[in-house]
Ligand binder design. Sequence first.
Ligand code: AOF
Ligand code: ZN
Length: 349
Amino acid sequence: MEDEIFMQRCLDLARLGAGHVSPNPMVGAVLVHEGRIIGEGWHQEYGKAHAEVNCLASVEAKNRHLIVKSTLYVSLEPCCFHGKTPACTDLILREQIPRVVVASLDDTPEVSGKGIRILEKAGVEVLTGICGNQTILPSNFRNVFASKQRPFIQLKFAKSMDGYMGVHGRQVWFSNHFSQVLAHKGRAEFDAILVGTRTAATDNPALTNRNWFGRSPLRIVLDRKRILPANLKFFDGANPTWIVTEKKLSSDFNNEKLNFVELDFDENLIPKLMGLLFDHQVSSLIVEGGADTLNRFLSINLWDEAAIFSTPKRLGVGILAPTPVGDEIAKFTLGSDTLTILRNEAQGR
Ligand code: AOF
Ligand code: ZN
């Protein structure tokens, strides 16, 4: 029980790094001596100090002698190589911490279990797997990015009581304000957000984060035949934007914010685009719709999580919402709406 409580604190701390550390993982750490937290920290910014370093630095001078008798809880396996910062395994051994509890492994090829083996070989007691089925782990983005060489993919959509996600040819808004706030939280935390041509044309979405604190994601629109007009918000230069097309127009020039990406719209379009995003260090992606675009991902079973906002409104007719099949891992009540998070078991994470 004690281990679970302190690990929960690590997970909470880790999430404070959301939107700041990609493509590194969000990581939190606490140092506990005889049931009392004497230090804590999290990975705050990409390329900067790791959670373990910040945690140990926070221990007050009067408590430093307790470090050699303490347990270090970390939400991720400590790293064991010198990347942008030194290896955390070295720090743990130097500080002679006798016990380390870890929530999930680091699937980065240079680590991947090696961090734990190094500690165990040096005589540190290491406990792993205490989160069991706690599946929304802060390391999920990183571990998909590192092991599958693509971003973590969330399919996100709202659906009416009668199973529709929209009507043909015009924008309908049927989820409530709480749902919108949470959707914008996602925009602050994910690296990129993607929509299809029809959604871009009918909704003219800004795809920026306006309701949550923090940054906005990279915007991506599929525009196979380059038919989207230049007066859409996508082209306003407010945020980095990718226009994915089969053929650029002669007037399509890349600038600091706008990037025209030429790809064949064949059956490999989505995997190729995901590979490009990996190359650009994009570790998480929201697929916001519409139905055709969501189905592009569903038909090749390339998704990790679905975020479904269910609303009590009835549309009567319209575009049917997709029906991803997955394990329900969380459910949130948002006034009259409900947010359900499904995990794609078939991805085998
Ligand atoms: C940890 N604790 O808080 C984080 C870790 O280039 P660097 O130095 O930032 O190191 C990158 C590696 O560290 C990579 O394996 C990444 O998954 C991991 N991140 N590791 O022990 C942390 N953020
Ligand atoms: Zn580290």
